[in-house]
Design a protein around this ligand. Structure first.
Ligand code: ATP
Ligand code: MG
Length: 560
């Protein structure tokens, strides 16, 4: 029977448990994931998705997918569809209905009229500079706008004319009438609506005014019956406003806002603005560049949805802002792929080996398990031939004592095949580089064991030169060379120049000709690899390295 792993406890779950058991809330637990369709999702969003959907699942509740689409200039249907795609890929289901803040534009407008009628909102006509000046600072209270005491009738009239498109952008705004002297700047008569003569990807040209986030979000939550509205810490100071708005209106329910710390990963950035800049300036190709922490990028690189969900579970939910080591995410991928990825052999930097005593027209089909720990993966047969490729790194002409791989006079095991001993080396006449290594094999060692039981320490991987297939392999490293690029004055100055290496002369075993886009493998001794979603084809294979087998980064760093 499958055992369900207990979900880690966190402070949000405790609050919810309390709210539900103390009968403070009688409705089904309802959360929401509210992306703005102005970019693609990244690993930080994955945390919010896993938290919102995961909590709903654990409490038998539901989680709405709601597009927070109140800023038409930057938003698009294309982003919206891509976001849906990513949420599905991560493994979550939001049910039949997709919600949009723009669905509530009529209701938000009606509610705004109620606020005005109750003397809780007014039309302000100061310009942006004046408004900023009057808002005050953390140490200086704000000052009332000269328009603050407009009559209700005048406010209603102006607001309706704003909506009817009578004014240019920026001429008037609708503001909540709260307290210009409040120590919380968010409560100093925040703007609720602004004029924007823009085309909206869903409502077209119907609206000339658009509601702001702080007004829209709480009302949308309430209209959807959200019980717990989980958001990131920067909204803590907005909570009084969230509660104020709902207290003024005849909303169907009052959700509870709870804040948690954003997920920040080291050696990368998750700001949408900066991600857009990296793409626009050509540092990476697009949103699905495998070096980016976007879900599209991680997916193309080869991260599995399960590894990302596991990562989000592991980092947990707290109120304390920390920078998480990207190694934690990579370990989640290693663990998942160790169990789920079939094994194969590939040589990234090939060195030709000729087996002198193996006939040119002989071949052998050697059985190799597809997974060392899981028989259900079955066995394949790999072709052996007189000429094979091994990794350049696996041969040293003048090796140190502890080198157990191939070198003149030494014997190694070719994985699943034979024991071979190096007899001589040939160099390229012009470059002096080793061009061919000659070996003799022990015909009695088929499968890799010496008949006389002699000890052979080293085992190396190989691919037949006759049957192997040429492939392009892309090796990735951290995108930035400093742990917290977002905190640097000029984050672009810290891009790691070696974040991607493309090797075009790699050789892979023929069984990989069947690899389909997004199929993942462990290439023995090298790491986990994924057939590239955009460029891979059976005739021209392209693989991305997801992660190495072990975390080599820490070591590399200390070597400097
Ligand atoms: P913007 O600065 O454009 O608002 P955003 O990253 O907040 O960017 P949204 O589309 O508004 O993007 O985010 C959707 C949801 O994901 C929000 O509830 C937000 O709090 C959450 N979220 C965004 N980034 C992170 C992060 N790094 N960690 C956890 N949650 C995040
Ligand atoms: Mg946001």
């Amino acid at each position: 029977m499958e055992k369900k792993t207990p979900v880690p406890a966190n402070f949000i779950r405790s609050i919810i448990e309390h709210d539900l058991t103390e009968q403070q809330i009688e409705r089904t637990l309802t959360t929401r994931f509210p992306p703005e369709p102005n970019g693609h999702l990244h690993i930080g969003h994955a945390k919010s998705i896993c938290l919102n959907f995961g909590t709903a699942i654990d409490f038998g509740g539901k989680c709405n997918l709601r597009f927070d689409d109140t800023n038409p200039d930057k938003e698009s249907e294309e982003f919206q569809n891509a976001i849906k795609d990513d949420v599905k890929w991560l493994g979550f289901d939001w049910g039949e209905q997709t919600f949009h803040a723009s669905d509530y534009f009529p209701q938000l407008f009606e509610y705004a009229v109620i606020l005005i009628e109750n003397g809780k909102a007014y039309v302000d006509s100061t310009n942006a500079t004046e408004m900023r000046e009057l808002r005050g600072t953390l140490t200086r209270p704000g000052t009332d706008s000269p328009y603050r005491e407009r009559t209700i009738a005048e406010n209603i009239d102006l607001f309706r004319r704003m909506a009817a498109g009578e004014f240019a952008d920026g001429v008037h705004v609708l503001r909540a009438k709260i307290d210009m002297a409040s120590p919380n700047i968010n409560m100093r008569d925040p703007v609720l609506y602004r004029i924007k003569n823009s085309h909206h990807h869903r409502t077209g040209n119907e609206w000339k005014i658009y509601p702001l986030y702080d007004y829209t979000h709480c009302v949308s939550d309430a209209l959807e019956g959200v019980t717990h509205s989980l958001c990131t810490l920067e909204f803590e100071d907005h909570r009084p406003l969230y509660e104020w708005v709902l207290a003024q209106l005849p909303v169907p329910c009052v959700p509870r806002q709870i804040e948690f710390a954003r997920l920040e990963l080291n050696y990368t950035i998750t700001s949408k603005r900066k991600l857009t800049e990296l793409i626009d300036k050509g540092y990476v190709t697009d949103w699905s560049d495998p070096r980016l922490p976007t879900l599209k990028g991680l997916r193309r690189r080869g991260f599995t949805p399960a590894s990302i969900r596991e990562f989000c579970d592991r980092v947990g939910v707290t109120k304390k802002q920390t920078l998480i080591d990207v190694g934690v995410l990579e370990n989640c991928a290693r663990e998942d792929l160790d169990a789920s990825a079939p094994r194969a052999m590939a040589v990234v930097r090939p060195l030709r080996v000729v087996i002198e005593n193996y006939s040119d027209d002989a071949t052998d089909e050697l059985p190799a398990p597809n997974h060392p720990k899981d028989d259900s993966f079955g066995t394949r047969h790999i072709q052996f031939s007189r000429e094979i490729f091994i990794e350049r790194d696996d041969f040293l002409e003048d090796p140190p004592k502890k080198f157990f791989r191939l070198s003149p006079g030494r014997e190694v095991r070719l994985r699943y095949a034979y024991l071979v001993t190096c007899t001589r080396v040939e160099h390229d006449a012009s470059t002096g580089e080793i061009s061919t290594v000659y070996c003799r094999y022990d015909p009695e060692s088929r499968g890799g064991n010496a008949p006389d039981g002699r000890k052979v320490k080293g085992t190396i991987h190989w691919v037949s030169a006759k049957f192997g297939i040429r492939a392009e392999i892309r090796l990735y490293d951290r995108l930035f060379s400093v742990p917290n690029p977002g905190a640097e004055d000029d984050y672009l100055a810290h891009i790691n120049p070696d974040s991607m290496e493309v090797v075009s002369e790699a050789v892979i075993e023929p069984s990989l000709a069947n690899a389909k886009t997004e199929n993942r493998y462990q290439f023995e001794r090298l790491g986990y690899f994924c057939a590239d979603a955009q460029n891979h084809s059976p005739n021209s294979p392209v693989f991305n390295r997801v992660v190495t087998l072990r975390d080599t980064w820490a070591k590399k760093q200390s070597r400097g």
